[in-house]
Ligand binder design. Structure first.
Ligand SMILES: Nc1ncnc2c1ncn2[C@@H]1O[C@H](COP(=O)(O)OP(=O)(O)OP(=O)(O)O)[C@@H](O)[C@H]1O
Ligand SMILES: [Mg+2]
Length: 252
């Protein structure tokens, strides 16, 4: 199976990039899919999460794409194992210019998390414009979607963003609640797909992200759009233990 690469990015800090990236990786790991997280952030938050994860059997490889420190060779640290099927890139806040161009070389899909404040939404709308103008997204036909993160009850503040995204044809994928379980994932090195029944609500709200990421495959240089319908409610409740992304994608 060819590599499927997902970039999680927003120029705005603290929007939930690492939280989305690590939980997505946790889904694949929980379903025994060889997965690598590539961390572009000098803070190394995703790699720290992998360190906390430590000896958990469901391994996720860590690739460090942050600017090199003395005595370290970036190209070596960025190595992605050949058997990786899902590569998830965690971008740093404020990526622009040449760094942004480099980050945009790899992904099949881009997820932009946005936090629920007018300031974040405004900055995110500008960032999406910048992404689309960057050329690579259109030239490489990279899919783009937005995830609302840290949503509390009713968030009318999203309406202007939803209108803006609709005008660009960019889907609003999921609303991720403001939940202690996500904070816990950072502390434990697990993801919501590896937690007990107390994280069921988080798994359900996160699944549209997984489904969207899995919709596309590139095989032998050809892009294959998969048309399999979304998970059934029964599959959804079993998702963390059973059907695996293969059944979402329809691929063997
Ligand atoms: N849905 C959520 N519910 C509760 N807490 C969350 C949620 N998403 C993120 N957080 C918390 O918000 C903080 C920022 O999240 P995160 O590190 O994922 O953002 P980021 O975009 O990667 O930040 P940076 O720009 O610094 O890389 C973290 O403490 C994280 O645990
Ligand atoms: Mg981060």
């Amino acid at each position: 199976m060819r590599l499927n690469t997902t970039l999680v990015i927003n120029s705005k800090g603290g929007s939930g990039k690492t939280t989305i990236a690590t939980n997505l990786a946790s889904y694949f790991a929980a379903n025994h899919i060889p997965t690598t997280i590539m961390d572009y952030d000098p803070q190394g938050s995703s790699l720290n999460w992998l360190d906390v994860r430590g000896q958990i059997e469901r391994k996720i490889h860590g690739a460090n794409a942050a600017p090199p420190k003395a005595g370290r060779i970036r190209s070596v640290e960025m190595f992605v194992p050949a058997d990786t099927q899902q590569l998830i890139i965690d971008a740093p806040a404020g990526a622009s210019g040449l760094l942004l161009q480099e980050i945009l070389r790899r992904p099949d899909s881009i997820i932009v998390p946005v936090a629920p404040s007018t300031i974040d939404i405004h900055a995110t709308a500008n960032f999406i414009k910048e992404l689309l103008l960057a050329g690579r997204v259109r030239a490489r036909n990279i899919r783009l979607a937005v995830v609302a993160n840290r949503v509390r009850s009713s968030m009318p503040v999203y309406q202007p963003l939803e209108r803006f995204l609709a005008s660009l044809g960019v889907p609003f994928l999921a609303r991720i609640g403001d939940s202690d379980n996500y904070v816990l994932t950072a502390d434990t090195g697990l993801g919501v797909f590896e937690m007990d029944a107390s994280a069921e609500a988080e798994r359900l709200e996160f699944l549209p992200i997984v489904e969207w990421v899995m919709q596309r495959r590139v095989e032998d240089g050809k892009v294959i759009e998969l048309t399999r319908p979304r998970l059934t409610p029964r599959e959804r409740t079993q998702s963390h233990s059973d059907p695996g992304p293969q059944s979402v994608s329809g691929q063997p």
